[in-house]
Ligand binder design. Sequence first.
Ligand code: PMP
Length: 367
Amino acid sequence: MKRSFIREILESIDENTISFAGGLPSEKLFPREDLKTATMKIFDNPKAFQYGLSNGITELREKIAARYTKEGFPTNKNNILITTGSQQAMYILAKFYESKDITIEEPSYLGAMNIFRLNHLKMHGIKLEDDGINIEGFKKSFKNTKLAYIIPDFQNPSATTYSDKKREEIAKIVEEEDGILIEDSPYSELYFDKKNISISSKIPKKSFHLGSFSKTLVPSLRIGWIRADEDLIKSLLIIKESIDLHSCGISQYILNEYLEDEVKYENHLQDIRDDYEKKANFFCEQLDKYLPEFKYQKPKGGMFLYGNLEGVDSFALVQKCIEKKVVYVPGNQFYIDKIPNGEIRFNYTHSSFEQIEKGIKLIKSCL
Ligand code: PMP
């Protein structure tokens, strides 16, 4: 195993470097005042400081479940397991399916691939197309693996969003083959246009749907969750308990308090969407102006912009960029074999408008 290139980059760069590398949300949008109020309130509640249930505090699970139900995916608190970020959700699932074969998208989320390696899962990469995974490839692979990990909403790294047709097709294949789908969806609320229907809602007994408050509120609380059939959740509890007994109670109570006001949360989500859409549009304009050789698909949501500099080794280029104090993540990092290519992932949510323009010009100067 190797450490994550992104985390290593984050550690090595100084504050003068413009970073399009990490998937960092905009700090400007953290609802700090509201979180402060919520935090002060929990000090009156001794339960917030006590050991708690391994699957998470009841009230928070009820609130998460209610959001699914409202969207037409009937869910109750027993379908929810609170995890320490969705990163831990993936770890629990990888442990559950240790040493099995798994179908994944290529490119895919680096953090998931490392967890799968750590737990000896054998990954089978299937090409990701503009409207989702290649269905023929998925079908063939899934027949053997019976287990898949995909990110259908504004994927990390590629920003790809699955078409309704491909969502239907995936659900049908999983059902027919009697397999299991792990649907990782931390970006689903960050849409510019409309929210997509989760694949899991079509196959509730054959899926794990992973969510997180990292991109919608703040990542440092480290709260995510798994939504699944009650029996599946029960099986995962053994692993969850062995890892950390339960996720941080203080974080859960703060979140629960914050989420009491649904309207406030909805308004906050809309602020993020508006801000990120502006940033995404600006990033595209600057790319078209200063780096027209970069070919990409315009994001419809999420935090990333992905594309290709044909004929360029983007891994070699980033070494030069680091010297000029700008960084991005080269696309080869998101492939199982890591063979260099011209692909690049840009994060557009964290930098200022000035930094975006300056950073893209600097990359051009390194080409
Ligand atoms: N899944 C995907 C696709 C991600 O991009 C991330 C964060 N980069 C995670 C899971 C983990 O998020 P967290 O643990 O903060 O919820």
